[in-house]
Design a protein. Structure first.
Length: 118
């Protein structure tokens, strides 16, 4: 299957736009987890001051701070699990944009498949 330069340019642009969307979603997810982590840390810090001032009992502080630390650990795990995917489209897009030759069946529809190779 052969594509002319105009089609290859459209495919390349679509692949770049798709990657930009993935990157934006990834960055938003990381920001949400970081914001939640900080919110929980602020709660722990405020409650610690209240404990020192005698406004809350030690047992309550321990119970709540343990719960919030577990939630912080979850945020850290989610942040670690929310890694930015590598950009397999960059290689394909570069190849497609520089070579109007046969693409071995690489089409815009197949380019998002996990095992698609240009």
């Amino acid at each position: 299957m052969k594509f002319d330069d105009e089609v290859l340019e459209l495919v390349r642009d679509a692949l770049h736009a798709s990657h930009a969307d993935e990157r934006r979603d990834h960055e938003e997810a990381i920001r949400r987890y970081q914001t939640e982590f900080k919110r929980l840390q602020d709660r722990i810090n405020a409650m610690y001051v209240d404990k020192l001032d005698g406004l809350v009992e030690t047992a309550f502080f321990e119970r709540m701070s343990n719960q919030w630390r577990e939630e912080q650990n979850r945020c850290q795990r989610e942040t670690s699990d929310t890694r930015m995917p590598t950009n397999p489209t960059r290689t394909r897009a570069s190849h497609c944009s520089t070579s109007p030759a046969t693409l071995n069946g690489c089409s815009p529809r197949r380019s998002h498949a996990k095992n698609a190779v240009c």
